[in-house]
Design a protein around this ligand. Structure first.
Ligand code: AHR
Length: 510
């Protein structure tokens, strides 16, 4: 009795000293019904800076080891990460892109100016064939974004025909002449990008009418994605849903763009040089994704209560100042442990909303914004964000396990955010839980309640580092990486783990 009183007093003392934190998670394994689309783990590659040229494609004559002109190291890393889907060619670039410039013999392709990104010359050596063949080689589904801003309906219609048709037509003849006999299997087509901004500065009413017109002539069994709102533009979502769902068969998805960046466009802060304030504010802004999805989904529910239309978050991620000495139009930034947390939190949010969120694409895959891969000449670095995608691959096409999460607050300067973010899924009898501890100062005791299933084995993985702004560079490639994490076997449906400060963790039970 006395011993119990002492331990209770000791626990109370620890709590009051703030060195002991407690989170409870109860997994509703009997409610695992919704599939987490593997496309939530999608990526985005735009003709921007060194994403395509230098990052993916170096050409057959390059000294850098390549297969058909594609970097061998990057291809290997993407396959290891289980990349399920890739969006191309933009972004803002998409609404300036005329696809016929990028087909046929390379020496005959015209050079154009990349007006959005640094005004550099685009020689069109990476075009439709190069993109679709690349997707085949890395085993990713392609997602092609059509030009609405400066393109025509005929151009869009012919692109779809060129790529997907097996009939006899001028476009299929042209494709065969250019060396591709069989059509490619391309389901996902975006119709315009950011049409409220770089994609034509349109009103939602005007864009929705244009969307209906373009979508009508993009023939086939396609997954058509309408250019949706920027951040919290709920009016855009309302008008778009109202006008496009009148022709329900023409809309399968609506996009949403939300980047995590500071409010000042001129100074977005450093990707690597930040203090705890910078850590807190970025994670706080990341959590806003949940509110945006909830509110946009509520509008979609009015027009599509059965949730048949996907919310496609086809641009998300951190956006900081470019690395010193690099072209400001190339958006090249480093990637720290903070970015790993941003990725982990966002992916947990997407998983937990997988009844509506059917795809998401981090911006961008290589050398641009929150990349999973950075390259310098023939060298390659895998960023902390890469390891999060690798770790979370277990959720792809798994069944979402709804959870009740009760967590402490992480508090700084009077502001509070939840200390722990989590999501869980089940696939082939394996339960996987991914957790982020947002607090950089305190570990968190997490108590799980997982009744209704028996487990024989348990394992775990962790991504963390000594400092919150640690990153991998070309001379220190392994500073932030995946390590194994010890997890005990649950006893009678109960399991407890100590979630280290500033970490992303995977717990697996079988
Ligand atoms: O990802 C960089 C740019 O951000 C994209 O081109 C555009 O769609 C967005 O504004």
């Amino acid at each position: 009795m006395r011993k119990q009183t002492y331990s209770l007093l000791f626990a109370l003392l620890l709590i009051s000293m703030g060195s002991f934190a407690q989170t409870t998670i109860s997994l509703q394994t009997d409610q695992a019904k919704t599939t987490i689309s593997k496309e939530i783990y999608g990526h985005f590659a735009e003709h921007l800076g060194r994403c395509i040229y230098g990052g993916i494609f170096v050409g057959e004559d390059s000294d850098i080891s390549n297969i058909q002109g594609y970097r061998e190291d990057v291809m290997g890393a993407l396959k290891d990460m289980h990349i399920p889907l890739l969006r191309w060619p933009g972004g803002c670039f998409a609404d300036t892109y005329h696809w016929k410039d990028g087909i046929g013999p390379r020496q005959n392709r015209p050079s154009i100016v990349n007006v959005n990104w640094g005004g550099v010359t685009e020689d069109n050596s990476f075009g439709t064939h190069e993109f679709l063949n690349f997707c085949e080689l890395i085993g990713a589904e392609p997602y092609v974004n059509i030009n609405v801003g400066s393109g025509t309906v005929q151009e869009a219609s012919e692109w779809v025909e060129y790529v997907t048709s097996s009939n006899v037509s001028p476009m299929t003849d042209l494709r065969k002449k250019n060396g591709r006999e069989k059509p490619w299997d391309v389901k996902f087509w975006g119709i315009g990008n950011e049409n409220w901004g770089c994609g034509g500065n349109m009103t939602p009413e005007y864009y929705a009418d244009l969307y209906n017109r373009f979508a009508t002539y993009c023939h086939g069994d396609l997954y058509r994605i309408a250019g949706g709102p920027n951040v919290a533009d709920y009016n855009w979502m309302e008008v778009l849903m109202q006008k496009t769902t009148r022709h329900r068969h023409l809309v399968q998805g609506v996009s949403l763009h939300y980047y995590t960046f500071t409010t000042a466009w001129e100074d977005k802060g450093s990707a690597t040089d930040f203090d705890e304030k910078g850590w807190f504010s970025v994670l706080n802004k990341t959590l806003r994704m949940d509110e945006l999805i909830t509110k946009h989904s509520a509008i979609m529910d009015k027009y599509d209560p059965e949730k048949k239309i996907g919310l496609i978050v086809d641009e998300w991620g951190d956006w900081f100042n470019v690395e010193e000495g690099t072209n400001p139009g190339f958006l090249y930034q480093q990637n720290t442990l903070r970015d790993a947390l941003v990725a982990g939190i966002n992916l947990n949010i997407f998983n937990n909303h997988s009844d509506r969120v059917k795809m998401a694409n981090i911006a961008q895959m290589v050398n641009v914004l929150q990349s999973v891969i950075l390259t310098k000449d023939d060298q390659m670095v895998l960023t902390p964000t890469y390891f999060v995608f690798k770790m979370y691959a277990v959720h792809q096409d798994a069944k979402l396990i709804p959870l009740n999460l009760n967590t402490e607050d992480y508090e700084l300067d009077g502001k509070k955010i939840p200390a722990v973010s989590a999501s869980a899924s089940e696939k082939d009898g394996v339960v996987s839980v991914t957790l982020c501890n947002l607090n950089p100062n305190k570990s968190e005791t997490v108590d799980f309640d997982i009744s209704g299933m028996d487990f024989n084995t348990s394992s775990g993985e962790i991504i963390t580092a000594e400092n919150m702004n640690d990153y991998n560079d070309f001379d220190t490639k392994e500073k932030v990486t995946l390590k194994s994490f010890e997890v005990n076997k649950p006893k009678k449906g109960k399991l407890s783990i100590e979630l280290p400060a500033k970490s992303v963790v995977l717990v697996q039970l079988q």
